[in-house]
Design a protein. Structure first.
Lengths: 434, 293, 319
């Protein structure tokens, strides 16, 4: 058994050896079958190899597991429908431990050892930022699914693209008008005291001020913190809305303690689903969230007006009505983010087809083809909704969902427009050299 | 919020942290004091206790108190058994050499973490508190369970203290702690005492975890911070001093919360850590340690 | 013993020559791996000086590595310094921090020293987060490629080129290896060993134990910072993850595995740990399990570390 096949032996719904071999043998069988044209036209039916930098261990593991499941579902679907330029996709997975240094090593391993065509799938910002220089130096396309503002800021390089999920700046700008109009104008921010939280702080304040609101207090929480109650007195009494963006394993505690502290008479709450991804909204202690609002990239709970393509996406990745695994109702997905993997893979497919991608020698034209993209219509390829891609800053823009917790499920109460989140580009990657 | 209630809240929060920290540090202090080894895996025993608590609680349906009580008894026992096994299979063969033990317990840390990740998963999962009550004070609400945690840990610490001072097993442990050779000369099976102490230490960590898990969820990476904090507590308190361990736990639990009333939280953490370090710099034997090391 | 004797001198040269040759022999990926390992081994050698030779178990060396990393990285990123002065700033940050921390922490000994260094390092880590405005905290900063150019005798070398990068890392490794090899055989080095073995006796003999330990800390901090500063310019990333407790535990692990108080142990330990993780993670997602088992087996059967056990059993002259 060769090296790459070993990689595909995955427990729990990953890409198993069997499915991978099946994909390969199907392709070979079709090649041999008389009268089959599509594969015969392609120069080669060698698989296109995509290095998937996955957070299998470390703090990102809860996300990593679902990123992996969505990736394997999307790849299977793409391969079942004929692959890319007649070639099947093959995923090679490396765990980066959600660690910055290891992230950079993994990109080098993909490029130099596995000889993949491109690297894809990173979520946590610190891993993206640490690995991006290596991708640039090795001149290998790096498609991230991270929602950080790093790519759009222009601080990365020509090879880094984020075409499947919006960045935090756009998310914050999208939701600010709705908060000001519906929840209140005096906002207290509670955020983790590091880069991710600072982005929220720095982008939200101007956005809410533009709506006639104001940030009346900021409560930064140290990242090593595991209990939060003692910070709550810093929230002023006349606060209308508490805007919270805590992440990491301690967020459940955070939300719970917020409930104990305020009881039922407290300010309105607006949070980012990042806090509760992979967590059941009906967990004990979260009852008080009832009636509060969350940003979601894509709804966790199947909505009554769900479009057919979104339903089909949910079925393919294997999540039920409530956004949990169809195999285990306690295994809650990271639905608000993981669609980004699916959509990114379809963008890669489209860019490869547009550039006639053959192999690593076409990497630069693959990036150029991606940069040339402008709009993605909603559909099977983009189940979250329609998108606008800005090739200058390598960043996609999308509609955002604002959902309310109602009787133990999240109901979408508002969908922002794509334009709500758009901002003046601060960089232009297309003028940079490869 | 006015200063008074704010201080009350910070103190209550600090006491909850202190109570659990003291219990966990007590376990580490025993291992440290009696066996003179640095057990880096102590935080993982804590994590294992929390994860098992979730598992036990999810086994039984009905009132949440049933599952919690089951976890409170069963989880520390299993963790103690795991620790006992590790001690027999690994630490004993290393002859408790300090440096070798560090590497071995780092190895143990990785193994336990991997098992938790594989069989429990990467999510943070809550355990329902045995009773759910919110005490509404005039200024803020507070969880009654948190107050119960303080009471229960004080009781458990008293029980440990009685065990160490009033029972024969405790006497043997303390004898081994104060002079290993002498204890051996008096026919104390030092080797078996070590195994018992290691299991007891791990059990206390697991107990602390079961108490905390309804407040802070079980997660496979939850062990590191409490490990560092309990190291600090044990050393600040003075090696081998149970009283010191408790006082240090209260000092550390409270300092962070109260300093955070006056400074930005991260700055408060920096200051608290720095000040506690300075205590040690100017009193290297710890608060209650003997003058010579 | 005052000089490095023949065999061990040859061994060091042989190791350096092999490492030099590897630049041309190794496949691309492994050349990159060894580049990183060489830098981290420099860090481990710095750690070995205090831990192995002086008997000071520090759990705070991440702050020295990170001081070098940030000293070089922030001056490049915010002040636009070129590589040499930035590297110098990293070294300066490391040695100043080591002297200050040493001055305070060396009032303690044993486990108290371990905890004090741990806490100071934690303060440093929180500082990098507190000043997120300048450091971007855990997310970190990417150093611009044009700034990562090394000028040597008028010639410019781009540090993004894998070959240059390897050679730069090897040069730093060689300097530190030779320097520490001489240092530990010098009268200063023997004083440190004697302090490790019997501190009271040295004090009675009239040695200034504190000053010697402080010097050991300072040099160790300097070497660790050199590794950190080189890491920043060679890999173009600076982030607070490198100041976290993990990077204090790792050098301890590398040194213990390779062999404390051996000159080549740090390299062996670093190389081994890296490849165990790298290889295992290719075959199983449960690589931490394997790492844990390997650690326990090694310590059971090679309690003095690899180089230490080899020295004990077969080659008593091994440095």
């Amino acid at each position: 058994m060769n090296y790459k096949a070993k990689h595909q032996i995955k427990p729990d719904g990953g890409i198993t050896r069997r499915t991978a071999l099946k994909g390969l043998s199907t392709a070979a069988g079709l090649m041999a079958a008389p009268g089959f044209v599509r594969y015969a036209q392609a120069q080669s039916s060698e698989p296109i190899r995509i290095g998937f930098q996955c957070h299998r261990t470390g703090i990102g593991a809860a996300y990593g597991r679902w990123y992996e499941r969505v990736t394997s579902a999307a790849v299977k679907r793409i391969n079942d429908q004929g692959g890319v330029n007649g070639r099947p996709l093959e995923i090679v997975i490396e765990d980066d431990g959600t660690d910055a240094a290891r992230g950079s090593e993994v990109v080098a391993k993909f490029a130099n050892q596995h000889k993949v065509d491109l690297v894809y799938g990173t979520l946590f910002s610190h891993v993206v930022v640490a690995a991006a220089p290596m991708a640039g130096e090795l001149k290998i396309p790096y498609y991230v699914v991270s929602e950080g503002y790093h790519v759009a800021s222009g601080k990365m390089n020509r090879y880094c693209v984020q075409p499947g999920i919006t960045d935090v700046k756009a998310q914050v700008r999208s939701v600010a008008p709705w908060i000001a109009q519906n929840l209140g104008k005096r906002v207290t921010l509670v955020y983790p005291d590091y880069a991710f939280g600072h982005d929220h702080r720095d982008f939200f304040e101007p956005a809410i001020t533009a709506q006639g609101g104001e940030v009346i207090a900021k409560v930064p929480i140290p990242p090593t913190e595991t209990s939060f109650t003692r910070y709550f007195p810093q929230i002023p009494r006349d606060t209308d809305v508490i805007y919270h963006v805590m992440v990491g394993p301690a967020v459940l505690t955070f939300v719970k303690e917020l409930g104990e502290f305020f009881g039922t008479g407290g300010p309105q709450l607006f949070g980012f689903i990042d806090s509760l991804e992979a967590v059941d909204i009906n967990s004990p202690g979260l009852e008080f969230l009832d009636g509060s609002h969350f940003w979601e990239g894509m709804p966790r709970y199947a909505q009554p007006d769900i479009p057919r393509y979104a339903a089909s996406y949910r079925e393919t990745v294997g999540i039920d009505e409530n956004g949990a695994s169809v195999n285990d109702p306690n295994d809650v997905s990271t639905a608000g983010h993981m669609f980004g993997c699916w959509e990114t893979l379809y963008v890669i497919k489209a860019a490869m087809e547009a550039s006639g991608y053959r192999g690593p020698e076409d990497r630069a034209s693959l990036i150029e083809a991606t940069e040339a993209m402008t709009e993605f219509p909603a559909g099977n390829e983009h189940p979250q909704g329609a998108k606008i891609f800005n090739g200058q800053i390598h960043q996609v823009f999308a509609e955002q969902c604002i959902s309310q917790v109602n009787g133990g499920r999240l109901d979408v109460v508002h969908r922002t427009s794509i334009e709500d989140g758009m901002y003046e580009p601060e960089a232009d990657y297309t003028t940079m050299s490869f | 919020m006015a200063f008074g209630p704010y201080l009350l809240l910070a103190t209550l929060e600090g006491l909850v942290t202190s109570a659990v920290l003291a219990l966990m540090a007590l376990g580490l202090s025993l291992v440290f004091g009696v066996m003179r080894v640095v057990n880096v895996a102590h935080g993982e025993f804590y994590m294992l206790g929390a994860v098992l608590a979730w598992w036990f609680a999810s086994l039984v349906s009905g009132h949440p108190a049933i599952g919690f009580l089951l976890a409170l008894f069963a989880s520390p026992l299993i963790v103690a058994a795991v620790a006992f096994l590790a001690e027999r299979l690994v630490l004993r063969r290393l002859d408790y050499e300090p440096e070798a033990t560090i590497v071995a317990t780092i190895g143990l840390l990785y193994i336990i973490q991997q098992f938790a990740l594989t069989f429990y998963g990467p999510e943070a999962r809550p355990v329902e508190a045995p009773f759910d009550a919110r005490i509404a004070l005039p200024w803020f609400g507070y969880s009654a369970y948190k107050l119960a945690v303080i009471v229960v840990s004080v009781a458990l610490m008293l029980a440990t203290w009685l065990f160490l001072t009033r029972t024969r097993a405790g006497l043997i442990m303390r004898a081994t702690q104060s002079d290993r050779e002498m204890a051996q000369a008096f026919g104390i099976p030092v080797d078996r005492v070590y195994a018992g102490v290691f299991a007891l230490g791990a059990g206390l960590a697991a107990l602390a975890a079961v108490l905390i898990v309804p407040i802070r969820q079980a997660h496979y990476l939850m062990g590191l911070d409490p490990l560092l904090l309990s190291f600090i507590v044990v050393i600040i308190g003075g090696l081998g001093s149970l009283r010191g361990t408790v006082v240090a736990a209260i000092l550390i639990g409270l300092s962070d919360g109260i300093i955070s009333m006056f400074f930005s939280p991260t700055l408060a953490k920096m200051l608290a850590t720095f000040l506690v370090a300075l205590v040690l710099v100017f009193r290297p034997q710890g608060l209650f340690g003997a003058a010579s090391r | 013993m005052s000089r490095i004797d023949g065999k061990s001198l040859w061994l060091h040269w042989a190791v350096l020559i092999v490492l030099f040759a590897l630049n041309f022999l190794l496949p691309e990926y492994h050349r990159g791996v060894v580049t990183r390992v060489l830098l981290l081994a420099v860090f481990a050698m710095g750690y070995n000086l205090t831990f192995g030779y002086t008997g000071l178990l520090s759990l705070g060396h991440a702050m020295f590595f990170a001081a070098g990393l940030y000293g070089a990285g922030l001056t490049i990123y915010h002040l636009g310094w070129s590589v040499w002065p930035a590297f110098g700033a990293g070294l300066l940050a490391g040695i100043v921090l080591a002297v200050v921390v040493g001055f305070l922490a060396l009032r303690t000994a044993g486990v108290a020293f371990m905890i004090v260094t741990l806490m100071f390092s934690q303060v440093f880590y929180l500082t990098t987060l507190y000043f997120t405005t300048y450091t971007r905290g855990e997310e970190g900063l990417v150093l611009p490629v044009p700034a990562r150019t090394l000028t040597v005798a008028g010639a410019e070398f781009g540090l993004t080129d894998p070959g240059t990068r390897y050679m730069t890392a090897l040069a730093l490794f060689a300097v530190v290896l030779i320097a520490t090899a001489f240092l530990v055989r010098s009268s200063f080095g023997r004083t440190l060993l004697a302090i490790r073995e019997n501190e009271e006796r040295m004090r009675m003999l009239g040695y200034d134990v504190f000053a010697n330990k402080l010097a050991s800390m300072a040099i160790s901090g300097l070497i660790s910072a050199a590794a950190g500063a080189a890491y920043a310019v060679l890999f173009g990333y600076v982030g607070s993850g490198f100041a976290s407790i993990q990077y204090s535990i790792l050098p301890l692990l590398w040194v213990l595995l390779g062999g404390a108080a051996t000159t080549l142990g740090p390299l062996i330990g670093t190389l081994l740990t890296f490849y165990v993780i790298d290889t295992a993670s290719s075959y199983t997602s449960a690589y931490m399990l394997l790492l844990g088992i390997v650690l326990i087996l090694l310590i059971l059967y090679f309690p003095r570390g690899i180089a230490g056990t080899v020295r004990e059993r077969w080659l008593p002259w091994l440095p």
